[in-house]
Ligand binder design. Sequence first.
Ligand code: BF8
Length: 641
Amino acid sequence: ADPKEATIDVASQQMIVRAQELGVDTVFDRAVNMKPCSIGAQGICCKNCSMGPCRLPLPKGGIEGKDTRKSLCGATPNTIAARNFIRMIAGGASAHSDHGRGVAEVFLAAARKETDAYQIKDTVKLKALAPTLGVATTVEVDGETQDRDIYEIAVEVGEAALNEWGKPEGELLNLKRAPEALYEKWKKLGVLPRNIDREIVEIMHRTHIGVDQDYKNLMKQGTRAAIADGWGGSMLATDLQDVLFGTPFPIQSEANLGVMKEDHVNLILHGHEPILSEIVVSVAQSQEMIDYAKTKGAKGIQLSGICCTANELLQRHGIPTAATFLQQELAIITGACDAMVVDIQCIMENIANVAECFHTKIITTHPIARMEEQSVLHIEFDEHHAVEDAKRIVKIAIDNFENRNREVMIPSQKATQIAGFGVESIQYHLGGTFRGSYYTLNDNIINGRIRGIAGVVGCNNARTKHNDGHVRVVKELIKNDVIVLTTGCNAIACAMEGLLTPEAAAVHCGPGLAEVCETVGIPPVLHLGSCVDNSRILLAATEVVKAGGLGHDICDLPVAGSAPEWMSEKAISIGHYFVASGVYTVFGVTLPTSGAPVFHDYLCKQFEGLTGGMWDLEIDPIKHAQKMIAHIDKKRKELGI
Ligand code: BF8
């Protein structure tokens, strides 16, 4: 790979060059050497039974007259693309939701005091959350209202939350947190999720050979499962994590490979669940471990994060971010990574091969996510002996410090970032002290200083230049006075570019947004956390609706969504729960729908008539942002502002 073609990030370019010099292959090289299958990329390869795979390429020159393409069983391109699409939703929703379930289980163990590694930290949020799950926070004693014991409330909250995954009747409790108009719309469409697991299972059933063969009906189930992710599994994950580990509040840190330190033990935490990483952080920051590191000749222990674990640790502890998804191999190529601890999701198997060329220890920790490579250590993490597990992990990193076997080459690049925004802190910064709501934010939208709100999120994708789409889309938006809420790897890309600082306002924003940011002292791009924390964006949008003056539903707001460099199934689930919640959502790179033009049209045009939201695909970052701005302007016009 040509490093300058592969990424806009200078630190990454340096590490790609080093990898090539050492003969270590990275995702950037593999992307050049292996081209994607164009039929699969267009969504029209069906491998759901062994009569296939049936491939239905678009005829050269497009379709003239009737589209007669069909598989052995007769499935049309629309059926095949819709089946593939909702299977991606099932994959993404299950990843987020299983993460949420894991958090709920640990939450319950903590509430029942079965483990002393975890405590209920944010009691205010617990009490705010309890009623949404049908749990009372007070009790009547002799005609007097008394507060209930925190841990008693927590046990019931934990039980009610866990019940959401498999309850036999009813609908998800969080749905009522959506604007009433949206809830009613879902009800009318018949897409209220019953429980989280069921909607995912039903996708697998309906996409089996010979079941659902109507793309509209398939998408109906896709919508139901996506809502079960955004307003269900992901939202529960965020809420329970906040109660357990603390609700984030703005905090300063740094981002990019330059956060690693040559004279320190570098322990990198990579993956998604804070269950593990929270404990590793507290152990690694203990005097006992720091002293132990010093006995091995290190000055201390430098923790840093990759992917959404990075976002979780950043927003609650200010732990610096080492890398985005595509930089995970590069962090090892610095020669300074003494251990990389991983749990679930977005972990490339090739880090094991790269680590074998260095001294780095890769440690898997989750029973559902192991690697076959012999060099990989597996230390299964269990909430009941969390501290002991974490100590073992940190010690392995420290002991490995003396084994560095190649020259250390840490790029100098790193940028300051402010992260830790959320529904609560946006209210604090941009809300009205009087009304305790998003009144001031709405006021600034109505008076036009802020043109609209964009949620820009999602992955890196080796099929497009690393971080280029992220940074250009976001810069174009803020230049046009659109405030950006970010999560996931987009947030990391923006951090590396210096966009998550209040100073970025003067340099990159239009005059209206710059004025607001400078007055309040916030960055124009607000980091809301990890990918499950996209649920924070749904709730922030709901607060905007509630604050008044901008319509009655999320689809009335001047907002738009984007994932410029998406690649994962989780991104498709997120994209679709935004669309299902009324948001115009643009993806970059590609969409696995282009080989089925009727289905593509259904998602990108007709869906607006159902939920008020719709999909779009735009590869060019500037046009991508301009389409979002055009939608925001359309909504402003409809609102008469
Ligand atoms: O869940 S943005 S590459 S790290 S999938 Fe993965 Fe995509 Fe990054 Fe977080 Ni989200």
